[in-house]
Design a protein around this ligand. Structure first.
Ligand SMILES: NC(=O)c1ccc[n+]([C@@H]2O[C@H](COP(=O)([O-])OP(=O)(O)OC[C@H]3O[C@@H](n4cnc5c(N)ncnc54)[C@H](OP(=O)(O)O)[C@@H]3O)[C@@H](O)[C@H]2O)c1
Length: 250
């Protein structure tokens, strides 16, 4: 199938703006959906109009904090609304970004993403999921959430990946037919690193001292510390590394 019309939910976000760029560079028509563009996937405002003539939705909208209950409620409502509006508009497929480890999570934002996956998969429109590692761009948010000149971040292994890399993979997947019986695809960066160490590199630029701590009260700290949220053997690994990416940032 030659898909040409996409709507991107969360088009102004860290990942969403790259998804819009990739689609545009490949010559597709893109309708950006976020509250900033007048489309609210929670209240439904502007949604039916935005989906007129759309063949595929890429859902990269997100809740702004790590609160599990609030995030779950956001994804519950967005999944229901996107399916309902897609059914009415004749959308053929929804592709969504999830997080590596969502299937193993018992708490926190990752557990909310597990619910997000399940609810999207249970709706009437075919859904493709891409699980990504934490974004290079997310490290800055972790620092933003801290107060003062010293940031305490978990010294857990991760395999950070660039949003642009995830966007390219997600756009490929969004137009691929369903592949029953195959594992959910994953995308991660080229090498294992520790979240606190990556944050130290960024912190040095911002004048923030970063201290790595065990667990630091994060949900599922033991699973994370044991590498339980690292990519599966079938994951695609692609650069740039965090350090290479940081060198390209203004
Ligand atoms: N952060 C990571 O490291 C990571 C890793 C793997 C996967 N993911 C997943 O990737 C996706 C994107 O994450 P991100 O970090 O790029 O998110 P983000 O930067 O927080 O962006 C969220 C986007 O959602 C939009 N949005 C929020 N509420 C909305 C509403 N009611 N209606 C319409 N749009 C709304 C926001 O725009 P407005 O505010 O203008 O509405 C924004 O464009 C999420 O599903 C996330 O779980 C994230």
């Amino acid at each position: 199938m030659s898909i040409t019309t996409f709507a991107v939910a969360g088009a102004t976000g860290r990942l969403g703006r790259h998804v819009v760029d990739v689609l545009t560079e490949r010559g597709h028509q893109v309708v950006p959906m976020s509250r900033a563009t007048g489309v609210d996937i929670i209240t439904g405002q502007g949604l039916a109009e935005a989906l007129t003539g759309i063949e595929v939705i890429i859902d990269v909208a997100s809740w702004h904090s790590s609160d599990q209950d609030a995030a779950t409620e956001f994804f519950r409502t967005s999944a229901r609304n996107l399916h309902e509006a897609s059914r009415k508009a004749g959308v053929a497929q929804i592709a969504m970004a999830s997080i590596i480890g969502a299937d193993k999570a018992t708490a926190g934002f990752l557990a909310a993403k597990k619910v997000h996956e399940e609810l999207l998969l249970s709706g009437p429109i075919p859904v493709r999921i891409l699980r990504a590692a934490q974004f290079h761009e997310f490290v800055g948010q972790l620092l933003d959430w801290q107060q003062g000149d010293v940031a305490y971040l978990p010294a857990v292994p991760t395999q950070l990946v660039a949003c642009r890399t995830v966007a390219e993979e997600l756009v490929d997947l969004a137009t691929a037919p369903a592949a029953p019986g195959t594992p959910i695809p994953e995308i991660a960066g080229p090498r294992k690193e520790f979240m606190a160490e990556a944050a130290q590199l960024l912190g040095a630029r911002r004048g923030i001292k970063v201290v790595g701590v065990e667990g630091s009260g994060m949900p599922d700290a033991e699973i994370a510390a044991n590498g339980g949220f690292l990519p599966s053997p079938h994951a695609k690994l692609a650069g740039p590394t965090f350090e290479e990416w940081l060198d390209t940032q203004p």
